[in-house]
Write a protein that binds this ligand. Sequence first.
Ligand SMILES: Nc1ncnc2c1ncn2[C@@H]1O[C@H](COP(=O)(O)OP(=O)(O)OP(=O)(O)O)[C@@H](O)[C@H]1O
Length: 380
Amino acid sequence: MSERTDSSRATGGDDVVVSLDDVSVHFEKEQGFVDSIRNEPKRVRAVDGVSLDIEENDVLALVGESGCGKTTLGKTIIGVQRPTDGTVAYRGQDVWDAKDGTGEVTVPHGDIRRALQIIHQDPGAALNPNRKVLASLEAPLKRWNSEMSTEDRRARIFALLDRVGMDPPQDYAHRYPHQLSGGEQQRVALVRALLMNPDVILADEAVSALDVSLRVETMDLLLELQRQFDTSFVFISHTLSNARYLAEKAGGRVGIMYLGEIVEIGPPQEVLRDPKHPYSKVLRWATADLDPSERQMTDPPVRSIDIPDPVDPPSGCRFHTRCPEAREVCRSEAPELGEDAAQPGARCAACHRTDPDHEYWRSEPLDGVEADSAPQESDD
Ligand SMILES: Nc1ncnc2c1ncn2[C@@H]1O[C@H](COP(=O)(O)OP(=O)(O)OP(=O)(O)O)[C@@H](O)[C@H]1O
C-alpha cells in the first residue's frame, strides 16, 4: 500500500487509541514434508501494509470476502496478533515493546490487554462450558481489579447483565452456557468485554451466527452500548449490509478489504452510494438488499470469479486479474490508498482511476476489458 520514506507516521491527536503504521502479517504456510525440503517456506500474506488509526468513540466496520484478512487485521488492532512488519501502538505505547519489555514502557502490557477486548463469532466456544455465567464473568474482574469486594463485583456484573436485557440477572448468572440461547451467550460475551471498561472492542462476525431478527436487535444493542460506554468498536463482517447498518447508525467508517489490503475506506453513505474501487462495486452488487434492481439487471462487475492465492498475490494492483476496468499499468503499479486513509472521516480508494491525471488513462486495456477513454465524473 502506501510507501513511506519515513517509517514513523505522524498519528492524529490525543484521542487516537490504537495506531497501526504500515502493518503486515505474513504466516508461514504448512507444507508437506517433501515440499518443505524442496522449497522455500511459503508465506500467506494475510495483511499487507495497512495504516490505520482508531480514535475514541470510533466505529469501523471491516468487510470483505472470506480469507481477505479481516480477522487477522482485527486481532492485530487489539494486540493479540503480532505483526511481521510495521508497528501497533496503544496511546503512543508500542504494544509489542510493552509485551516484550523492550524500550521504554510507559503503559504496561496488562493495561493494554484490558483496554482492547474481543467478542467472537461463536460465543459458546469462548465460554467455559463447565463454569456458570457468574464464575466466567468474575474471573477476569478478579484478575484486573483484585481490590474490588465480592459484593461490588457481583453488583457490577448483575447491573451489566440487566443492561443487556438478561433479566432477572441473578437467574442468568447461575446458569451454565448450555442453558442459554445463542443470542444470550453473545450477550454474556459482550458483558465480559464491557466489564473491563475497554477502549476498543473487536466484534468478529459477532452477529452472523444469530437469526436475522435477533441480528438487528443485537446490532442495535451493540450500538447503544457503544454510545453509552464511549467504547470504540471494530466490527468484522463479510456482508456489506451488516457493515453498513452498523457504520451508518454509529456515524463511523466502512473499510473494504481485498487480499490483505484495505482498498477503500470512508463514511458508509459515500462508499456504498458511489464506490470508487471496482472491488467495492462487486461487493455492492453482491449485496442484494442494497440495490436489488442493479443486481437483477446486470452481470457481476468482475472479469473472473477466481480469487488469487494470498501466498502469491498478483503484481501491481492485486485486483487487476478480476477487475473489469484494468489496464496494463495496473499490472505493474500498485495504487496507494494514501496517508489520509488512516484517519477517521477520510474517504480514500486505492485505484488509479481516482486520479484523472494518472498514466492509467493512457494505458492499454487488458484483454477482455472495454476502455472508457476518459475519467468519469463519478471517478474523480
Ligand atoms: N495462524 C495462521 N496460520 C497460517 N495462515 C493463517 C493463519 N491465520 C490466518 N491465516 C490465513 O490468512 C488469510 C487471512 O485469514 P483471515 O482469517 O484473517 O481472513 P478473514 O477475512 O477473516 O476470513 P473469514 O471471513 O473466512 O473469517 C487466509 O488465507 C488464512 O488461511
